[in-house]
Design a protein around this ligand. Structure first.
Ligand code: NAG
Ligand code: NAG
Ligand code: NAG
Ligand code: NAG
Length: 534
């Protein structure tokens, strides 16, 4: 964990003292990123973390009592049919059992004990019970934990004699695997980053860009929530808000990528895609905004997907960035990883392929090389808490692999049933630590059976993962491209050009083209906040 000493190296002393004092239930525990109070009086606190790949969920129940505590999942908020654990620390030591309730009576013991007790302690008049379970139900008395809201129930006693709880009980509906805390901040200031009544052309695909100056905030603030404002549902496909390097000083409002200086605004600060909702940042972190000496510009890019070629539609969609001056512990950064999405390095995805793969790499050992020339301190470990995967129509799977010392150690994100219509920022469940030297791969699987054309450019398809992490570093993108064709304009010099056309033209050769791409060395690009490329 982060020690006070670690923090002192980077931050003023007062914050350290503040952290030392903030030790009770509310103290943030990075290993348990999610927390709710199950009751109005804040006597029953539930924290949790989960790991989809390892199929487990860890709960930490903290209740202001020295008696027994009970927690469960219920079909309707009542006891009947619910999956319950009861535990406590009594005169003869700790007790903990997996039970189920058949009615409003003492829950019965489960034949199969599916929960594992990790620790059970009492301190300062609180009982702290940490336990885990698989997400899948182990028996028919257990609930299957999915990414839908589930009714949680609790009860507790004042002694260790388990008996009727009277009014010390309650229920709350929580989406454990897709948790968005409800902000209770009174200050509802927001920056509006929206289009201004633009006319959407009658084209299938249209990208509109608006480069704008944000209202001046004299000191640093933190964005804690990103709320989409959608005027034309189904047509607004995705929105990305980028910060601009300091040399961008002119606003514009037109079709993207026409050679404006604002095309260089490439540091993602917020994103939304079809199927997504409001995004809330973890309670210990926020996206920094304001406090700059000069005005900074931001670019809002909206992809409109006008499949019915409707004429004359106007749009003012965009994002609302809710911010606060109550600064959080960490600045959030968003790192773009995957296949380089620039027109001049595109290559083709062949048609009629059931499963075609592209991938991009990020070798983080290059960060320190970029950094050493800039900054005195080493690149910190990046604590990843959420990921947004992004492809276009042909994307079917996206896997973000995490490698250390040449071995894969985890997936930072994995979606084997990727759905273009349901792209959202997904909480990682646990904090995943990216250490300097780790490598990250973003692999996309496309299905192009419905395509007949000569091929589809990778820039039309995209294969990106936006990694949300803290503390922020000054690098915005770490992307790569197989080194088979670096420029379209230089096609004559590209020895693979004939080769590529040949392979794409003959569907039976798709596998060889795939192998060629898989074996190609990659050209790695790292982009910093000033859009200097390395
Ligand atoms: C619960 O107990 C903790 C630790 O003793 C205490 O700090 C907190 O104020 C208590 N909460 C309430 C609502 O009484
Ligand atoms: C938006 O633009 C359309 C056409 O350009 C115009 O008819 C309409 O009045 C505008 N709406 C607003 C709210 O300005
Ligand atoms: C990552 O970069 C480091 C430093 O340049 C290099 O030694 C290492 O081989 C690279 N890893 C891969 C897989 O290319
Ligand atoms: C970007 O430019 C600003 C202003 O010139 C400078 O202070 C900052 O260090 C630069 N960042 C990087 C990563 O070079």
């Amino acid at each position: 964990g982060l020690t006070c000493l670690d923090i002192m190296r980077a931050l003023p002393l007062f914050l350290c003292l503040f952290l030392a004092r903030k030790k009770g239930v509310g103290a943030s525990d990075p290993s348990m990123p999610f927390m709710v109070y199950l009751d109005r009086d804040h006597l029953v606190c539930l924290k949790w973390s989960f790991n989809n790949l390892q199929d487990n969920i860890v709960f930490k129940l903290v209740v202001n009592t020295t008696g027994w505590v009970g927690f469960g999942m219920s079909p309707n908020g009542g006891m009947k049919g619910s999956d319950i654990v009861v535990g406590g620390l009594g005169p003869s030591g700790s007790y903990f059992t997996d039970r189920y309730a058949t009615g409003n009576s003492m829950p019965l013991m489960d034949e199969q004990q599916s929960y594992t007790l990790l620790s059970l302690t009492e301190s300062d008049g609180q009982t702290i019970m940490k336990f885990k379970r698989s997400l899948q139900a182990c028996d028919d008395k257990d609930f299957h934990i999915t990414d839908r809201p589930i009714k949680l129930i609790y009860a507790y006693g004042t002694t260790d004699e388990i008996m009727y709880h009277q009014t010390r009980r309650g229920t709350m509906e929580v989406n454990l695997l897709n948790f968005m805390p409800r902000s209770s901040l009174p200050n509802r200031n927001y920056i509006s980053a929206t289009m201004n009544n633009i006319t959407i052309p009658n084209l299938h695909t249209y990208y509109h860009c608006k480069v704008m100056k944000f209202p001046k905030l004299n000191t640093k603030h933190h964005i804690y929530q990103v709320e989409p404002v959608i005027e034309n549902h189904g047509i607004v496909h995705h929105m990305i808000l980028y910060s601009c390097p300091s040399y961008v000083t002119e606003a514009y409002d037109e079709k993207c990528f026409k050679g404006n200086t604002g095309d260089a605004c490439f540091g993602v600060i917020a994103a939304w895609a079809i199927g997504g909702g409001v995004f809330e940042l973890p309670e210990n972190a926020g996206i920094p905004v304001g406090g700059e000496e000069k005005d900074l510009y931001y670019r809002l890019e909206i992809h409109y997907n006008n499949l019915n070629l409707e004429e004359g539609m106007t749009d003012s969609s965009g994002l609302r960035l809710h911010y606060t001056n109550q600064l959080r512990q960490h600045d959030v950064g968003i790192l773009t990883t995957g296949v380089m999405p620039f027109k001049h390095v595109q290559y083709n995805i062949p048609p009629k392929a059931p499963e075609f793969h592209t991938y991009g790499m990020c070798n983080t050992s290059l960060f320190s090389q970029v950094y050493s020339s800039l900054l005195a301190y080493p690149v910190p470990d990046l604590q990843l808490f959420a990921v947004l995967l992004h492809t276009h129509l042909a994307g079917r799977k996206v896997r973000v692999g995490h490698y250390r010392n040449g071995q894969q150690i985890d997936f930072l994100s994995l979606n084997e049933n990727y759905n273009f219509e349901l792209q959202q920022i997904v909480n990682s469940g646990t904090i995943k630590t990216i250490k300097q030297g780790d490598e990250i791969s973003v692999e996309c699987t496309y299905n192009t059976l419905d395509r007949t054309g000569m091929g589809l450019a990778t820039t039309d398809e995209m294969c990106l993962a936006f990694l949300f992490y803290y503390p922020a570093i000054k690098i915005t993108s770490c992307i790569s491209h197989p080194n088979i064709a670096l420029t379209n304009s230089g096609q004559q010099q590209d020895p693979m050009y004939e080769f590529r056309l040949y392979y794409i033209a003959y569907i039976q050769e798709v596998n060889e083209y795939q192998n060629l791409l898989n074996r190609a060395l990659h050209f790695q690009m790292i982009i910093d906040e000033n859009v200097s490329n390395y």
